[in-house]
Write a protein that binds this ligand. Structure first.
Ligand code: CA
Length: 227
């Protein structure tokens, strides 16, 4: 489960990040609204914890941009006690829940679990489709009609990221951070190996999808007949 924390108070961001990492979540942190929005728009998070008072763009603006871009990730807003109006604005803009600062960490974890459970229910039958294939979130299989093939966890994660970003080039840096995290020593060559396995598997089920390399930059997923 990947969680994005958008919070400009360094200490709070760090404490949350450590706590959620210990709970087994994969966590990314943003410290202002612009970076938070960029991260959120990748669509790879299972949940976003979003502070209201943020530099650059405030949490309400970030949230409305997220929803405008059809990203349905559950959002838990953090508001200060005096910001009752923010809560209302947040909920109106598509927040799923909110918590008033200062909050108890157990309460935060309980709210996160509740939101994730709700999301799981929604996602359970929501397989990702692109062109002639579908990928199954639970079994990590890739289907074309009645043909299917199993992907490894990393292959699945890469495929999911490429599909969620269809129409866009995903840079190798983004790919590395999204799939392996910041503290990784994976090399670009290894990413190429994963991509070549994925291409083989796509060919094995006769898919019309191809993963094109944009030299020196990254990858984009397309249908073979698109130019
Ligand atoms: Ca703040």
């Amino acid at each position: 489960m990947r969680i994005l924390i958008v919070e400009d108070e360094l200490d709070l961001n760090m404490v949350l990040s450590e706590m959620l990492t210990i709970e087994g979540y994969y966590v990314d942190s943003s410290y202002d609204g612009t970076d938070g929005l960029d991260n959120a728009l990748s669509g790879i998070y299972d949940m976003i914890i979003l502070d209201v008072m943020l530099p650059e763009k405030n949490g309400i603006e970030v949230l409305s941009e997220i929803r405008k871009n059809k990203i349905n990730t559950p959002v838990l807003m953090l508001t200060a006690k005096s910001e009752i109006e923010d809560k209302i604005a947040g909920l109106d803009n598509g927040a799923d829940d909110y918590l008033t600062k200062p909050f108890n960490s157990k309460e935060l974890l309980a709210r996160i679990r509740a939101l994730l459970r709700r999301r799981e229910k929604i996602l359970i039958n929501e397989n990702l489709k692109f062109a002639d294939i579908m990928i199954d979130k639970t079994t990590h299989e890739i289907y074309k009609k009645d043909q299917k093939i199993k992907l490894t966890k990393k292959e699945y994660d890469i495929m999911e990221l490429l599909i969620l970003n269809q129409g866009k080039v995903v840079s190798k840096d983004d790919l590395t951070v999204r799939i392996w995290g910041f503290n990784t020593d994976i090399e670009y060559n290894s990413i190429e190996v994963y991509i070549s396995f994925l291409r083989k598997k796509l060919r094995a089920i006769d898919s019309s999808i191809c993963i094109s390399a944009i030299r020196g930059y990254g990858y984009i997923i397309k249908e073979q007949n698109d130019v």
